[in-house]
Design a protein around this ligand. Structure first.
Ligand code: APR
Ligand code: PHB
Length: 395
């Protein structure tokens, strides 16, 4: 088989990239190791920056998002019983975020891609191996229905997440990996209950962090910080509801509507960046190249800037023979990535419990005081939360 861009991974990065390329007449093949149902069943985050919203519209898959997504003008930060609201448009010249589940977004992308003549998706592609990307003959070997196959292509986009085949195929001497693993995880619970508040609540409490989020006006998503090594089976729904109420100011806790969980899982927290993001004809996109703790809701939104930069660069090459944007893909994407890694690390440090050291908590309170007590402090939270701008030189 032959195509222009071989894409490993049928998650949001691979799908949206394929769609953006297709609308410019560039063909691609996506090799996804699972089937569609498995990919769509993953529960992930759900806060979209303006950049991701516009990319979905540009990919002509934004109709349901614009119909069902919830636009939010603020977030709430609590510290024990103190409550501070951050006015997002007020501190960013009008910018806001949208709450729209990544599961829904992935479903919209599959609906479009599976009807797109410029894109082929091979589900259950096993043993995918990127080859020849350093010697100018990129190709992907894989097994489909038990038969070995080879996909020849001009370029390979590694959109296969943190545990994927693309980054693993890069010779170790060519890549530098930066990683920080946090000494705790997030226990998440999804329930068909009305959200406790119309905006997201990020809570720093002496018992640990908590987050109140949502998917709609009738479906809520909550998280509590848990110790490393904790098991989801140790957390009954009752224990979860009791714990999250303890970590919220009374004015919110008393409004908490509880119910049976429809999903409950623990996610580790890590910051990870690979440098560079290009190896000859292979490009890393999204979680394949970087991971952030979910505190800043940056995971998908960072994949968005990668998709924007890489699709723009590939289209410029195919349409105008311009290679300069492709040359600048890695450094341009990494600049925005490190800014989001910094914000996600900093927001995690401000809101989570790292130890029982009393002075640590006092310093967190002082930082909370300073930030919420000054316009400059609120602006720095707001402008990072709504998302730093994309590099204008990529159009
Ligand atoms: N071969 C083929 N497909 C693979 C392989 C492989 N070796 N390894 C992984 N995949 C597929 C996975 O099954 C998954 O569907 O690649 C896809 C990667 O998707 P994601 O992990 O969702 O990564 P990405 O598309 O970059 O989306 C980033 O996901 O985890 C969130 O916070 C993150 O929101 C961010 C978003
Ligand atoms: C979510 O809705 O799952 C969510 C929202 C904001 C975050 C992380 C997760 O920072």
């Amino acid at each position: 088989m032959q195509t222009q861009v071989g894409i490993i991974g049928g998650g949001p990065s691979g799908l949206c990239l394929a769609r953006l390329l297709s609308l410019a007449g560039v063909r691609s093949v996506i090799l996804e190791r699972h089937d569609r149902a498995h990919v769509e069943a993953r529960i992930r985050a759900g806060v979209l920056e303006q950049g991701m919203i516009e990319l979905m519209r540009k990919a002509q898959v934004g109709a349901r998002m614009d119909r069902e997504g919830l636009l939010h003008d603020g977030i709430v930060l609590t510290f024990d019983d103190r409550v501070e609201r951050i006015d997002l448009p007020g501190h960013t010249g009008g910018q806001r975020v949208m709450v729209y589940g990544q599961t829904e977004l992935t479903r919209d992308l599959y609906d479009a891609v599976l009807q797109d003549a410029n894109v082929s998706v091979v589900f259950e592609a096993q043993g995918v191996r990127p080859l020849g990307f350093l010697d100018g003959e990129p190709r992907l070997d894989y097994v489909s229905d038990g038969k070995p196959q080879t996909l020849a292509c001009d370029f390979i986009a590694g959109c296969d997440g943190y545990h994927g085949a693309s980054r693993a195929a890069v010779p170790r001497g060519l890549i530098t990996e930066y990683e920080r693993v946090y000494p705790f995880g997030w226990l998440g619970l999804l329930a068909d209950t009305p959200p406790v508040h119309e905006e997201l609540i990020y809570s720093n409490h002496s018992r640990g962090f908590a987050l109140c989020s949502m998917r709609s006006h009738t479906r809520s998503r909550y998280y509590v910080q848990v110790g490393q090594g904790e098991k989801v089976e140790d957390w009954s729904d009752e224990r979860f509801w009791d714990e999250i109420r303890r970590r919220l100011p009374e004015r919110f806790a008393r409004n908490m509507v509880t119910g049976p969980s429809i999903e409950k899982s623990i996610a580790p927290l890590r910051s990870f960046v690979a440098e560079p993001l290009r190896f000859g004809k292979l490009f890393l996109v999204g979680d394949a190249g970087h991971i952030v703790p979910p505190t800043g809701a940056k995971g998908l939104n960072l994949a968005a800037s990668d998709m924007h930069y890489l699709s723009t660069a590939l289209i410029a090459l195919y349409r105008e023979g311009r290679g300069d944007l492709l040359e600048r893909y890695s450094q341009t994407a990494l600049r925005r990535i490190w800014a989001a890694v910094r914000f996600s690390w900093w927001f995690t440090s401000l809101t989570h419990k790292f130890n029982d050291d009393a002075i640590e908590r006092k310093i967190q309170l002082a930082e909370f005081d300073y930030l919420t007590g000054s316009a400059a402090g609120r602006t720095t939270i707001a402008e990072n939360y709504v998302g730093l701008p994309f590099d204008a030189s990529f159009g």
